[in-house]
Design a protein around this ligand. Structure first.
Ligand code: F6P
Length: 388
């Protein structure tokens, strides 16, 4: 057994689930227990479980056999310690979270989550807890890391869907719009679209011009291609929508409201967390359905919509994600043993490295416009919705 400065840790999973959470829990816990003799406490249902002191002991047996399972054995929630719905009221439960962690004897709280989780973890750090985090999200938008776990599996799932849509689209001579997750970042749509050979890929980072998309689809038809697949991120906006959204965001900012810039009228309560921290989401007819309808009208070609939804968050992690989770988890245990706290374990090239939590919390990693995936998509003739 190696020496360890940390004797007891708590682990929680927070935000939307994704494949690889169990592999990461296992990686941290096995290395912490067998490598360094730490005690490991599993906290149920994210930050809510910490506030309600709902825990389970995580010994070697409890984390054995979970490497390949989807979801999280600990359960998750999007609840934030400082804005916790409690009996019909939203309360700041930060002090309770800190008190409970101390009462349970934790030297450090390990939080597995996406962007929202990193923010909540920093909040608890500022309230006095030692924290260590791992980057998780199918959206791949956690700042400070090359990649987040869960992304590879979701990209595989979405790519398989794009593959399957090809055969039915060609049989029927149709346009098929395939909507994938990603409110703010287009990594998943771009990755699955590129890997699956989508003809059009629309992402939030590049506002699309409807007419440019329609022209591209016409051109394909003229050249004898019977079908087209349009892979679209759920947060993609047309140039007009993007302009209106910017205006609305400015207006909201002026009036001191942090409203998410969506151009519609129905408020969806209870959303929030990793993809839309601290904001309200306003929706109207789902964007992808509007897009399919408009493209059918403009091209005269029959269009269908497939929304992949939560299918992308399910299933067993790919070997790449299992490896990533095991590397990140074991590195986390190594850092904990050295007494390194208040960092996120990030992927940088071949290495897993600690990055200060305050440097990445509250930031998002969107697709840079000069990213090689964008260049490659353009070079193979994929329409990205703009005119270059
Ligand atoms: O975890 C992020 C994310 O996958 C987004 O891309 C998606 O819109 C969201 O989760 C949906 O999550 P839920 O339905 O759990 O709120």
């Amino acid at each position: 057994m190696r020496k360890s400065k940390t004797r007891c840790i708590g682990i929680l999973t927070s935000g939307g689930d994704c494949p690889g959470l169990n592999a990461a829990i296992r990686g941290v816990a096995k290395a912490a227990i067998t490598g360094y003799g730490m005690q490991v406490i599993g906290i149920l249902d994210g930050f809510r479980g910490l506030i309600e002191s709902r825990t389970i002991p995580l010994d070697d047996r409890a984390v054995s056999g979970i490497l390949t399972y989807g979801g999280t054995i600990l359960g998750t929630s999007r609840d934030k310690p400082h804005k916790m719905p409690m009996g019909g009221r939203v309360m700041d439960m930060t002090a309770t979270a800190v008190e409970n962690a101390r009462h349970l004897g934790m030297d450090c709280l390990v939080c597995l989550g996406g962007g929202g989780t990193q923010k909540n973890a920093l909040h608890l750090r500022e309230a006095g807890l030692n924290i260590l985090t791992l980057p998780k999200t199918i959206d791949n938008d956690v700042a400070g890391t090359d990649v987040s776990f869960g992304f590879d599996t979701a990209m595989n799932t979405a790519t398989e869907a794009v593959d399957r849509l090809h055969s039915t689209a060609t049989s029927h001579n149709r346009l098929i719009v395939c909507e994938v997750m990603g409110h703010n970042a287009g990594w998943l749509a771009l990755g699955a679209g590129l890997a699956g050979g989508a003809d059009v890929i629309l992402i939030p980072e590049i506002p699309y011009e409807l007419a440019a998309v329609a022209e591209h689809l016409f051109e394909r038809r003229r050249s004898g291609k019977r079908f087209s697949i349009i892979c679209v991120a759920e947060g993609a906006l047309s140039d007009k929508e993007a302009k209106a959204a910017r205006k609305e965001a400015e207006k909201a900012k002026k009036h001191g409201k942090g409203l998410k810039p969506k151009d519609a009228a129905v408020e969806v309560p209870g959303r929030g967390g990793d993809y839309d921290e601290d904001r309200l989401v306003l929706v109207q007819e789902p964007m992808a359905s509007r897009l399919a309808r408009e493209l059918q009208r403009l091209t005269g070609t029959e269009a269908r919509l497939t929304s992949l939804g939560h299918v992308q968050r399910g299933g067993s992690p790919t070997p790449t994600d299992r490896m990533l989770c095991t590397r990140l988890g074991t590195k986390a245990a190594e850092l904990l043993a050295e007494g390194v706290y208040n960092v996120m374990v990030a992927v940088r090239g071949e290495q897993c490295v600690p990055v200060p939590l305050e440097k990445i919390a509250g930031k998002k990693k969107t697709v840079p416009l000069d990213h090689p995936w964008i260049a490659a998509a353009r070079l193979v003739g994929t329409c990205l919705g703009d005119r270059l």
